[in-house]
Design a protein around this ligand. Structure first.
Ligand code: C2E
Ligand code: SIN
Ligand code: SIN
Ligand code: FE
Length: 396
């Protein structure tokens, strides 16, 4: 790693090149925006030897700048938002595209202490440069504070930070685009799933949310990676998509189905399989397996194919536990809601029968979390369930 302390009066062309190559290599392969911003901030902190690096991005829709900053050591990230038309350093740099360099931040009325207050960090020197894309549009602001040697930031620091910002801009733009597309995809999936469940569920949203949380926790408890678990979580709302093809007189029948009617009901798995057949995206491929096989049983007595054991795709073996547990815990036109703990005992009792014993063992591990999920919800509520606390954003 190059040394940028004040002993080196000017950055040599070689140093500059090394710096760019190393920085570029580390940031170019990361597509997830949050991760990318973390990596950039880490790299800059290291390269400039500063106490803190904060990256703000513009949120044009809300006319704000936002940043995720770590509180304390290794603690969770808090989202900070500042108005774009404000009169503090970050807003001014974003608006004017000019650099601001403060030798004594607390002495300058443009400096806002808001971030220091939530982070227990005392800013002494501060350098803020605009983050511009290739066409000169300001995407946000890069800020560094407190050089390790205590000296104020100089012209060379400004140059380096601007250079790094320029280099990071395209990666950030790509990651933002990627995130937008990803978010749009998830939203589409979710809305499609709501459409499918709309007719027969009292509280579609809570039902879909619960199932996706349970399958996510199951996947993690089974030792799957976070990425695989997220795929399962995101695909899970579509497992009953085939129900769109069922007529009301069957789907909404307020009582037990006749054997003939149940035969028709079973076809929702086949329809789901057809709807998602040949999908290209990973998440829809997982959803395809789930929708086709979520009523298969470990002992081979399920439908539509009567598959047995590990012939049933793992994703389907996971979703079936989540689906049955949730179906038991809520009321349907044809049945009353069970007590959460009774539903749990039912799941345990079906180990090796309807369900893969490994998945039931994983369900045991996560049950205390699952139980809380249901205790916090009023069954049959018509309003959407509250988001889990961890998912809520804290805004300063
Ligand atoms: P669903 O209501 O989402 O239920 C999903 C699965 O949860 C069921 O799959 C079943 O394995 C389990 N489950 C739900 N309620 C109970 C229950 O009270 N006792 C037990 N032991 N298990 C339960 P299944 O049986 O293959 O049913 C698939 C879908 O067919 C159900 O989805 C529901 O939409 C419909 N369905 C099943 N039975 C009836 C019924 O008697 N009347 C009506 N109207 N619909 C039914
Ligand atoms: C944005 O991408 O502009 C806002 C995203 C966020 O608030 O996390
Ligand atoms: C500012 O906008 O005044 C800078 C606040 C900070 O990020 O420390
Ligand atoms: Fe189903």
């Amino acid at each position: 790693m190059s040394d940028f302390s004040n002993e080196t009066p000017k950055l040599s062309a070689d140093e500059k090149l090394n710096l760019l190559v190393e920085f570029g290599a580390r940031i170019s392969c990361e597509l997830r925006l949050d991760k990318l911003l973390d990596i950039i901030a880490q790299q800059i902190t290291h390269m400039l030897d500063v106490g803190r690096c904060t990256i703000y991005l513009k949120d044009a829709e809300r006319n704000e700048l936002w940043s995720k900053i770590a509180q304390g050591r290794g603690l969770e990230h808090t989202e900070i938002r500042v108005p774009l038309d404000g009169e503090t350093v970050t807003s001014i740099v974003a608006r004017t595209g000019q650099t601001i360099n403060l030798a004594d931040a607390y002495e300058d009325k443009r400096f806002s202490m808001a971030v220091d207050m939530v982070t227990d960090f005392r800013t002494h020197t501060l350098l803020a440069v605009p983050l511009k894309n290739n066409s000169g549009k300001v995407l946000g602001v890069f800020q560094v504070a407190n050089k390790a040697d205590g000296s104020p930031f100089d012209k060379k620091d400004e140059g380096i930070l601007l250079l790094l910002a320029t280099l990071a801009a395209s990666s950030i733009e790509i990651a933002k685009l990627y995130q937008d597309v990803h978010v749009a995809q998830l939203e589409t999936i979710y809305r499609l799933a709501v459409t499918a469940e709309y007719r027969d569920q009292q509280d579609t949203r809570a039902h879909l949310k619960n199932i996706s949380i349970i399958s996510y926790l199951l996947a993690l408890a089974l030792g799957m990676s976070k990425k695989e678990a997220e795929l399962i979580k995101n695909a899970s709302p579509l497992h009953d998509i085939g129900k769109v093809a069922l007529a009301d007189n069957i789907l909404l029948k307020p009582g037990r189905l006749t054997p003939e009617e149940f035969e028709i009901m079973k076809s929702h798995t086949i329809y789901g399989g057809r709807i998602l057949e040949g999908a290209h995206s990973k998440v829809l491929q997982v959803a395809h397996k789930m929708s086709l096989y979520h009523h298969e049983k470990w002992n081979g007595t399920g439908y539509p194919k009567g598959l047995q054991g590990e012939d049933i795709p793992l994703e389907a073996r996971i979703i079936t536990v989540a689906d049955v547990f949730d179906a038991l815990c809520v009321s349907r036109v044809y049945k009353k809601a069970w007590k959460t703990d009774d539903a749990y005992l039912y799941i345990l009792g079906e180990s090796g029968k309807a369900f893969d014993p490994r998945i039931v063992a994983a369900f045991k591990k996560i049950y205390s979390s699952v139980r809380k999920l249901y205790l916090n919800q009023t069954p049959q509520a018509k309003t959407p369930a509250p988001a889990p606390a961890a998912a809520r954003k804290q805004t300063v």
